[in-house]
Design a protein around this ligand. Structure first.
Ligand code: 0L1
Ligand code: MG
Length: 263
């Protein structure tokens, strides 16, 4: 089979344009069926660099596909990571316009803030808990740039793990005060319960997601950094949003977080 020559920068530009113009595009593996996950990360690196060059700031990494159900569905045994930028943050309780997005979905997550850097290999859940300053309730709004939200693993890695917007709650909670695996989470849309789960849905314990991130970054000589806000992955399934949706997550002992999607 002929292997197409790949220009990672031009593929990254294609995905960034789709985000800016708010249009869904064909997944890149239709043209490049043999694209590997490693190449997906090379495209993601170009995308991240381009956003940094435009003056945007990374507020932290995110882990995606951290539930057994999602990993099984995608036939992978390792989650993926991407990056959240400053322009993606929506204030708790604020409005977000659907016009800024393509076909957003929302999921409930626990975010971690570290008080020291963690660099793999060998980082464990215990190391993460010892290095965590606090955890924060969050709503992640994912918005794949691909048609019908459908993709393979290299596609979604290249597309910055569908990162789009995030809302953080106002409460900062010390992790030693709670069992994060037992934390119950509910997702309400317009007052109706749409999804629920427990912290253990995230790799058995959300701190394990941060450990895995530190180990994955360590393979590239990078680290999970103190002060960054790290999204650990969906506790609930991701729910497709519509205009006028009023979205609230309640996390036992951690707090609430909400936003309103306008037209
Ligand atoms: O945050 C996530 O778990 C999303 C990762 C990418 C997969 C998706 O868009 O569903
Ligand atoms: Mg997520």
């Amino acid at each position: 089979m002929e292997v197409k020559e790949r220009n990672y920068l031009s593929i990254a530009n294609y995905l960034e344009r789709a985000e800016q113009e708010k249009v869904e595009v064909k997944r890149i593996t239709l043209e490049h069926p043999d694209l590997s996950i490693e190449e997906g990360y090379k495209i993601q690196e170009e995308l991240v660099k381009s956003k940094l060059d435009k003056g945007y700031r990374i507020i932290g990494p995110k882990m995606g596909l951290t539930s057994q159900a999602k990993m099984k569905q995608m036939n992978v045994d390792e989650p993926v990571y991407g990056y959240i930028f400053d322009y993606m943050v929506v204030e708790n309780g604020d409005k977000l316009s659907l016009r800024e997005l393509i076909h957003p979905k929302v999921e409930v997550e626990i975010a971690f803030v570290l008080n020291r850097d963690l660099k793999g290999p060998g980082i464990t859940e215990k190391d993460v808990l010892a290095a965590t300053e606090y955890v924060v309730p969050s709503l992640e709004i994912i918005d794949s740039r691909y048609e019908n939200f459908q993709f393979t693993l290299p596609d979604v890695v290249a597309d910055n793990a569908s990162s789009s917007r995030v809302v953080f709650g106002n409460r900062l909670v010390k992790p030693d005060q709670i069992d994060l695996d037992l934390v119950g989470a509910t997702l309400f849309i317009n007052g109706e319960l749409k999804a629920l789960g427990a912290g253990a849905a995230v790799l058995g314990h959300p701190a394990r997601s941060v450990a895995m991130l530190a180990n994955m970054l360590g393979r590239k000589g990078e680290k999970a950094k103190a002060g960054q806000i790290i999204l650990t992955g969906g506790i609930t399934e991701a729910i497709l949003l519509n205009a006028e949706d009023c979205v609230t997550a309640k996390l036992d002992q951690i707090g609430e977080v909400s936003f309103i999607l306008t037209e």
